[in-house]
Write a protein that binds this ligand. Sequence first.
Ligand SMILES: Cc1cc2nc3c(=O)[nH]c(=O)nc-3n(C[C@H](O)[C@H](O)[C@H](O)COP(=O)(O)OP(=O)(O)OC[C@H]3O[C@@H](n4cnc5c(N)ncnc54)[C@H](O)[C@@H]3O)c2cc1C
Length: 457
Amino acid sequence: MAEPVRAGRRPRVVVVGAGFGGINAAMRLGKMAVDVTIVDKKNHHTFQPLLYQVALAVLSPGEIAQPIRSILRNYPNTEVVMDEVIGFDTKARRVFLKSGAELLYDYLVVATGSTHSYFGKDEWAKLAPGLKTLEDATEIRRRVLLAFELAERQMLENGQHPPLNFVIIGGGPTGVELAGAISDIAKLYMRRDFRHINPAMAQVMILEGSPHILGAYPEDLQASAVRQLHALGVQTRTGSHVTDVQPGFVMVGEEKIESVCTLWAAGVQASALGKMLAPALPCETDRRGCLLVDGYLNPVGHPEVFVIGDLAHFEQDGKQVPGVAQPAMQMGNYAAGRIERLIHGKGEGQKPFRYFDKGDMATIGRKAAVARIAWPFRAHWSGFMAWVTWLVVHIFFLIGFRNRLSVFRQWAYTYLSFQDGVRLIVGSQELPGWNELMEATPPPVDPAVEPRNTSGV
Ligand SMILES: Cc1cc2nc3c(=O)[nH]c(=O)nc-3n(C[C@H](O)[C@H](O)[C@H](O)COP(=O)(O)OP(=O)(O)OC[C@H]3O[C@@H](n4cnc5c(N)ncnc54)[C@H](O)[C@@H]3O)c2cc1C
């Protein structure tokens, strides 16, 4: 059992990470007689399931994120520190921050999530960005939109442009969502916006190493997802291991696949902080660096430390609970409740954590999705019905009434008008590999296609 807190002062709880796990823990702890400090290197909580809509210009960053301070405004016993945690002394119960400050705790909740894994090829990250943060989303938006802008400019200058091939590495939910959304903006939303290129000619391809698209979903939904992707014109290639990523192309074995924009949706590993916490406890990790926790979400021998969400390796019925939002939220809630019981000496006899699976959903494009419903009834849905369910569930779980209202309004507008709101390119106008692709593009075969402007645009 955790040692009792000295009489005369309230127990101190430090929560590291304000994602789904951390913010849920902090909100429940905020109603208890404890002092809570939540530390995050960002000042905002991000609703990651809608990041791809920021990446593909449907929503703006402010609609899917909210300052942590404003979420916890009504919990006077909570304080927010914007800083990066860089280490722990679990004997002295201290957390070390990048700024040099230290925090003391009686109970510690660590929920720093996961990050991309390039399987040891970190140099690919610049060429094939992944999607995890708002910064990633705006960078992907920049690259996707820039490819169309550069193609239009090249048509003016040279009467030719490289094929608009978009390659997405990884056929899990994020890869499928990105592919469907790129296809939607090219074929539906931008079709009347350009004068010299036809955005609908863009080709989107998913390269997946395993034999299945949406490998974690039931077989009927995998097959349905592939059908829905093909109906959108997205090519899917399974069993295709990417062996190299270079500016303007990717390699699958000996095959070279040209790409104006390559996106990474393939691998996930525990957040870097796991590597600092595990030896400090010490605690075993799995192959992705997630910390092994017991039924109470504690690393063995540390009832005062909780590791939750994507950073935790928690097994139920012999299987690892997936790294998605619902388990993270439920774990945050459980850890806070467990801390309350421990403080009141009622830890003995508490039931271990049990993940309550309500199902999974992945959207594929406008009016296209798959859904495995596990509660309140069991069903597999595809197409429009699954898409509507996805919309409702995601609006419901967004934090903040203002965000819910504004996302609802934006979706309704996009759906009815075929316009999406935030196709803004901010930042550099360089696209990795574009110049190489232009050099490799043959001159126009049709003599009627003449450069319109040779002086540059
Ligand atoms: C693009 C995308 C789409 C997704 N779609 C879905 C979906 O449709 N449905 C679903 O259920 N799940 C989805 N997920 C998964 C889901 O978002 C995660 O499982 C969930 O966010 C995990 O919650 P968490 O609290 O463990 O970590 P996170 O929510 O990732 O939060 C971690 C927090 O820790 C902070 N942090 C990290 N390191 C430090 C440090 N050293 N110091 C201080 N702070 C730190 C980060 O800034 C972040 O705020 C998606 C994920 C992504 C990336």
